[in-house]
Write a protein that binds this ligand. Structure first.
Ligand SMILES: [Zn+2]
Length: 211
């Protein structure tokens, strides 16, 4: 039996790789996509073994409203010819923004078991004014139990971040696993710096959210 690549013990390298790829590969792609009227959202698939990127893709809303950064990335992954496409179990999935219900379902159907993201739903809403993912999770999927009050309902998690299909973590949550405090601090400020680079999309996403 071949040994499955593990990410355990490499969390600092994983975080710095996600941040580097965001700045080096994803942001230029997003600038182009946004200039064409698409949303500032992207995703990438990495090999767990050496953390090299297999696919980096961005939102193609103008082509189809279902082509979010994640669904477009999954689509591009599965059209890769077999020899250059690793097994899904040997990859990790990264989204610049916490996946919406459509994309959470897409990673479940396609069996990506490890999902990391940079911005949480709340950060996306606050920074970009795009809150459709929260709204759909709360309006379509959240079911009120007879004992629920408005407060208990509002305090409940919107989805299971750890479930039989995948484990989803923000980069900030991943950072909690870094044991060395100096290293953790350096990664935290690097993450903040990279997240600030997304501020350039604030105006663009206003028109995107109105489409
Ligand atoms: Zn989505």
């Amino acid at each position: 039996m071949t040994k499955k690549p593990s990410l355990t013990g490499r969390v600092s390298t994983v975080i710095s790789t996600l941040l580097n790829v965001t700045e080096r590969d994803i942001l230029p792609l997003l600038r182009k996509g946004v200039s064409e009227g698409n949303g500032p959202f992207a995703a990438a698939i990495f090999k767990k073994s050496d953390l090299s990127t297999v696919v980096v893709s961005c939102n193609k809303w103008r082509e189809s409203p279902l082509l979010h950064g994640e669904t477009n990335c999954i689509r591009e992954f599965f059209v890769l010819p077999e020899p250059s496409r690793p097994a899904v179990a040997d990859t990790l999935f990264f989204a610049t923004h916490e996946p919406c219900p459509l994309c959470l379902s897409a990673v479940s159907w396609t069996r990506f078991d490890t999902v990391y993201f940079l911005f949480t739903h709340e950060e996306t809403r606050d920074l970009l004014g795009v809150g459709g993912d929260i709204e759909i999770l709360e309006e379509v999927f959240r079911v009120r139990a007879p004992c629920d009050t408005d407060e208990t309902l509002a305090s409940r998690a919107r989805y299971n971040k750890t479930n039989k299909f995948f484990t989803a973590k923000s980069v900030a949550e991943l950072m909690e696993e870094v044991e060395d405090l100096d290293e953790k601090e350096a990664l935290r400020s690097e993450a903040e710096r990279v997240k600030k680079l997304f501020h350039e999309f604030r105006d663009a996403s206003r028109s995107y959210s109105e489409i």
